[in-house]
Design a protein around this ligand. Sequence first.
Ligand SMILES: CC(=O)N[C@H]1[C@@H](OP(=O)(O)OP(=O)(O)OC[C@H]2O[C@@H](n3ccc(=O)[nH]c3=O)[C@H](O)[C@@H]2O)O[C@H](CO)[C@H](O)[C@@H]1O
Ligand SMILES: [Mn+2]
Length: 311
Amino acid sequence: MMPNLRVLKLKVVFLLLLTGSCLTGLVYLGFSLGWIKADVQADLTSWLAPIVWEGTFDPKLIDSIYKQQNITVATTVFALGKYTVFLQDFLESAEQNFFVGFRVHYYVFSDHPEQVPDVKLGGERKLTVMTVNSSSRWQEMSLGRMKRLEMLIESGLVNDADYLFSLDVDTKFYGRWGAETLGDLIGVIHAWYYNSPCVLFPYERRPESQAFIPYSEGDYYYGGAVLGGSVKCVYQLAKTCREQLDIDAAKSIEAAWQEESHLNKYFLYNKPSKLLSPEYSWDDQKMKPQEIKIIRFSQVLKNYAEVRPNI
Ligand SMILES: CC(=O)N[C@H]1[C@@H](OP(=O)(O)OP(=O)(O)OC[C@H]2O[C@@H](n3ccc(=O)[nH]c3=O)[C@H](O)[C@@H]2O)O[C@H](CO)[C@H](O)[C@@H]1O
Ligand SMILES: [Mn+2]
């Protein structure tokens, strides 16, 4: 009986050791492949780009540095079809929170220019309405933004601007958005994926698409609702994404999340110089967890059937 018991004990110890090392191996693999996030609130990426969270900057100091440089911030926003209903709140809340005290130039693209509301703007802030053709599919309105952004920059209209942002219109500002968001190339971490492992990111996974990213790659999932940077860098981004979208369109492929998928591909190989935390692109549908100290900009609730021309 005794020797059997010893063998049994040895087997148990061996099994425990095996399980232990398997788990350690899995955790190691998880970290190295990005399945497990070490710190969802890190304030630096592995390529040393800052990630802007509340508490990582001094708002007054950073604004004063850029004020001395007398900069102009251009901002494009697209409101086609029924999305013009979002403009009033977008613009009014931007006037309260977005680069307050800076020279801001909004470019509102719409197929219903007469529906662009007359919002009172602060001193040194202006708005230009850009009339565009309608589309019958919401996907085209969304992905058409890259082409229009590229054309706007080529037209020379934004030559007076130092920085350029492109923002979703079905949104509202709830908090400060200032000079801390400026840099060469700016992306925002998507609110629904900031604490997800990489393999769960909804990147385009079909190799036929130019937006394809294999499961072994990726670092962040960026939202399509916010992009920005210097006019030069935004031009390169918009042009490249538009070219990739055209190649896909010629093959009748539409990436999983339209231009957002192409943006993610672009950022994977052209790393943003600064990342905005999900504070800068939240979603009203999503409860604010404790680790998020402030919501600055957020997608408002919308009735998709009511505002979109197609499903
Ligand atoms: C939070 C976030 O990252 N949102 C992205 C997401 O879903 P969303 O559900 O946020 O997409 P969406 O319906 O807001 O469309 C994106 C933008 O396209 C414009 N638009 C769209 C439809 C329309 O009928 N009229 C119109 O003007 C408008 O500026 C809108 O804000 O995926 C989209 C592409 O699939 C875009 O990448 C969005 O930026
Ligand atoms: Mn949106």
